[in-house]
Design a protein around this ligand. Structure first.
Ligand SMILES: [Zn+2]
Length: 281
């Protein structure tokens, strides 16, 4: 009886989360009706979607082919072909939601409404080293935000929104951004801050950081390691493929999405869990 109730409850939870995910997928483009210029907004969404999704899929494909034949496999030889199309579907769907969000500041910028996007140090009102320092602080903030968001998504209440990403136990670069619509919003909402002129973003560094994050994320999901890259990333405090692959095999460890610092602080590394398990036994 209790198994029946548990099954019923999980089915019920699944239906609610699926409905909320679908609602986000519908509301994201519909939000454009409230944009100061809806036509420009929808044009921007189309351009952004193409700019984001097409290179992402192409680059994932190239990276997949390269890494499979040149890298060191983490989980041993693949026993079956990974679900590349399903992974790509998840990433492309996430890029659609990102395009709908980014369409807001980009649309405003295109029609001349002031935004937080600036291209020169004069407009920033800061010297170059202050801008670099500010960028570094921003990355630290994003790292903390994504770590705690990820911990939240691993709670009983929210895991259903994150489940899609964990369908891929032995991921490929195609799954790098394969997350559900709610998780996409929780990850990329800071893009909307650019709508406010007071939240100044120095475009050259901002786009470089985003590009770096995309490349890092593809590497984190490629399923192989390159010894020199693993060494370099761990030295600069960033996540590596070996580190994040653990999270896909063992969902209760290594939650950091940019660096491993928060995992070390909060003792949520694989080693910490092994220690806790041993202490309980
Ligand atoms: Zn996870």
């Amino acid at each position: 009886m209790s198994t029946f109730l548990t099954l019923n409850k999980s089915l019920y939870t699944r239906r609610i989360t699926d409905a909320v995910d679908l609602l986000v997928l519908l509301l994201a483009p519909l939000s454009g009706l409230l944009h100061p210029n809806a036509k420009v907004y929808y044009e921007s969404v189309v351009y952004l979607f193409l700019i984001l999704a097409v290179p992402l899929v192409l680059f994932s494909f190239l990276f997949y082919r390269f890494s499979e034949s040149n890298g060191e496999r983490i989980q041993g030889e693949r026993k079956k072909t990974p679900p590349l199309l399903y992974e790509a579907f998840g990433s492309v769907r996430a890029m659609f939601v990102v395009a709908c969000m980014a369409g807001w500041p980009v649309g405003m910028y295109r029609i001349g409404i002031p935004t937080g996007l600036v291209w020169t140090l004069q407009e920033m009102g800061l010297t170059w080293w202050m801008v670099v320092l500010e960028m570094y602080a921003g990355i630290m903030l994003v790292d903390a935000m994504t770590y705690w968001k990820h911990r939240l998504l691993h709670t009983r209440l929210f895991f259903a929104f994150h489940k899609h990403h964990h369908t891929f136990r032995d991921p490929t670069p195609f799954s790098g951004f394969a997350v559900g619509p709610v998780e996409t919003v929780l990850t990329f909402w800071p893009l909307l801050l650019i709508c406010f002129p007071v939240a100044k973003h120095f475009a050259p560094l901002y786009f470089t950081a985003i590009g770096g994050f995309v490349i890092l994320n593809l590497y984190l999901h490629c399923g192989v390691t390159f010894a020199w890259l693993e060494k370099f990333l761990s030295r600069v405090g960033l996540n590596s493929s070996a580190w994040h692959n653990v999270h896909h095999c063992d969902v209760n460890a290594n939650f950091g999405e940019v660096s491993f610092i928060w995992d070390k602080i909060c003792k949520t590394t694989k080693e910490d869990f092994a220690k806790k398990k041993a202490a309980k036994a």
